[in-house]
Design a protein around this ligand. Structure first.
Ligand code: HAM
Length: 433
C-alpha cells in the first residue's frame, strides 16, 4: 500500500537539497562573522511556553499548534517557532548570568504549524534565525535588521524591501488597543468570525486579518504611530536614520503588527519587490521584545531577533534562477573495464576516499562509452579508466570530462595526481566565475 507524505510536509531532494544546504551555510557564516554563537534547542517544549509567549490571541496558539499529551499526561507542543524555546533555554541555563551581554545566538531547524498548505506555506518548514538578548541600544536592532538584509543580499536576492513598524509598549500600547476596540466595535458585525474573536481577545490581531472585505475596514483604523510616546518616537527615528545610512531599502507600514504577541518596539519583515514573483509571503521577519525574558521567568532583559523561512528563500532562488545548478557529483569515478579489474581496484578506491575528495566507482562494468555516460549523469568531474593492458603496467588513465584531456598515471602516484588535478580544476572554475 502506498503511504503518502503527511499533508503540508515535503521532501527536499537532489539539487534543491544542495541549494538548501548552501542557503543555511551562507546564513550561518554571516551570523558567525557577526559574532553570533550557534545554539541547539529541543524540537518540543511544554505547550504553556508557547501560550505564554507567542500569546493566547495569536493564530499560532489558537489554531496552528501540533500539541499532544505525552505518556506522562503532559501537554507537549512541536515548536511552531524558535524564539520562545531559545529564551526558555537562556533562562533554564542562566546564560544571562554566566556570559557577557548581549547574548548573540543563532539557530536553524524545522518548525511545525497547522497552516493551510499553499505556495510557500507548509506544515513543516525550516527557519534560520538569530536572537540578541540583553539589548540596550537601537544599534543592536539595526544590526539584526541589517544582518537579515545582508544574508538575503549574499544569497543574491537583491530586490528586497524591509517593511517596518514600531509597536508601543505599556501606556501607549494600552491606549492604542482601547482606540482599536472602540473603532472596531461599531463595525464588527460586518467582519469575519475570526475578527469577532480577535476583538474579544486582542483587537491588535485584527490588523493581521487577510480577508479582503475586512481589509477595507482595517484601512480606516487608528494608527499606532499616533499613540507612541516621545521616547518611542525618537527610538524609531534613530533606527530609521541608521538604516538609511546603511542603504537598507525600507518602507514604514503602519499596519504591520506581526502575528506573535511578544513584540514591543520595532518589528519588520523582508519582502521581495517584483511583479513576477507570486506572493509567497514574507521571506522572514523579526522584532524587538521587551518583556518576553521576564514573562518566561528570567530577569528584566530586552531582546531582538529575526527568522528567515528557508523554503521561501529556496523558492525565490529557484523562480529567479539565482544559483547556478549545483550538482554535488563525484570528483573522480573509477571505471573498471571488467569484473576482475573491479575486484582489483575496489580496495584502492576505498582508500582514496580518505583524501579530501569525492570518489565513486561503477561496480557493473559495461562498454567504456556507456560507463562515461553514467559518470557524466552522476555529475563526475574526472573518470579513472582501469583497462587490462594499463593495469598490467600498474597504470590507469585519468580523463577530464569537461576538457576531454587524458593522462596515463602510475597507480602509486594516483593520490598526488588526483589532488593536483582537483586543485587545478578548482582554480580554473574559480577564474571563469
Ligand atoms: P514568523 O514571521 O512567524 O516569525 O516566521 C518567520 C518566517 O518563517 C516567515 O517570514 C516565513 O518566511 C517563515 N514561515 C512562517 N510560517 C511558515 C509556513 N507555514 N511555511 C513556510 N514558511 C513559513 C517568527 O517565527 C519569529 N520567531 C521571528 C522572530 C525571531 N522574532 C524575533 N525573533
Amino acid at each position: 500500500m502506498l503511504i503518502n507524505p503527511v499533508k503540508g510536509t515535503h521532501d527536499i531532494i537532489g539539487e534543491d537539497a544542495a541549494k538548501f544546504k548552501e542557503i543555511s551555510f551562507v546564513c550561518s557564516l554571516l551570523a558567525y562573522q557577526n559574532c553570533f554563537e550557534e545554539i541547539y534547542v529541543p524540537i518540543m517544549e511544554h505547550t504553556s511556553l508557547y501560550s505564554r509567549s507567542v500569546g493566547q490571541s495569536s493564530d499560532i496558539v489558537r489554531k496552528e499548534m501540533y500539541s499532544f499529551e505525552d505518556k506522562g499526561g503532559r501537554s507537549i507542543t512541536l515548536r511552531p517557532e524558535f524564539t520562545a524555546g531559545i529564551i526558555r533555554s537562556v533562562v533554564s541555563n542562566k546564560l544571562y548570568a554566566t556570559r557577557d551581554l548581549p547574548l548573540k545566538l543563532f539557530y536553524s531547524g524545522p518548525c511545525f504549524r497547522y497552516d493551510r498548505p499553499q505556495a510557500g506555506r507548509y506544515r513543516q518548514f525550516y527557519q534560520f534565525g538569530v536572537e540578541c538578548i540583553g539589548n540596550t541600544s537601537y544599534y543592536l536592532d539595526c544590526e539584526v535588521i541589517n544582518l537579515g538584509y545582508r544574508m538575503l543580499n549574499h544569497l543574491k536576492i537583491n530586490n528586497i524591501i524591509v517593511e517596518i513598524n514600531f509597536l508601543g509598549d505599556g501606556d501607549s500600547k494600552k491606549k492604542y488597543i482601547e482606540e482599536l476596540r472602540n473603532y472596531f466595535s461599531s463595525k464588527i458585525e460586518n467582519m469575519c468570525e475570526d475578527c469577532k474573536q480577535r476583538l474579544l481577545i486582542n483587537p491588535l490581531r485584527i490588523l493581521d486579518c487577510k480577508n479582503e472585505n475586512d481589509q477595507k475596514i482595517i484601512d480606516g483604523a487608528p494608527k499606532m504611530s499616533d499613540f507612541l510616546s516621545d521616547e518611542e518616537q525618537i527610538y524609531f527615528k534613530n533606527i530609521i536614520s541608521t538604516l538609511e545610512e546603511l542603504d537598507v531599502k525600507y518602507c514604514v507600514s503602519n499596519r504591520l503588527v506581526r502575528g506573535l504577541d511578544y513584540y514591543s518596539g520595532v518589528v519588520w519583515e523582508y519582502h521581495v519587490v517584483s511583479s513576477e514573483n507570486e506572493d509567497i509571503g514574507a521571506l522572514g521577519g523579526g522584532g524587538h521584545y521587551k518583556n518576553l525574558v521576564k514573562e518566561i521567568g528570567g530577569p528584566d532583559l530586552e531582546g531582538v531577533g529575526l527568522s528567515l523561512g528557508l523554503e521561501r528563500l529556496l523558492h525565490t532562488i529557484n523562480t529567479n534562477k539565482i544559483f547556478p545548478s549545483i550538482r554535488d557529483g563525484a570528483d573522480f569515478t573509477f571505471l573498471p573495464m571488467n569484473e576482475d579489474l573491479c575486484e582489483c581496484i575496489y580496495p584502492l578506491c576505498e582508500k582514496l576516499k580518505d583524501l579530501n575528495m569525492r570518489v565513486d566507482m561503477i561496480y557493473h562494468p559495461k562498454s567504456i562509452g556507456s560507463m562515461i555516460k553514467t559518470a557524466i549523469k552522476r555529475g563526475s568531474k574526472f573518470v579513472i579508466i582501469v583497462g587490462e593492458e594499463e593495469y598490467e603496467k600498474e597504470q590507469v588513465v585519468i580523463k577530464n570530462l569537461a576538457t576531454q584531456e587524458q593522462t596515463t598515471v602510475f597507480i602509486e602516484d594516483l593520490d598526488s595526481v588526483m589532488t593536483n588535478l582537483l586543485y587545478e580544476n578548482y582554480m580554473s572554475v574559480k577564474k571563469e566565475s
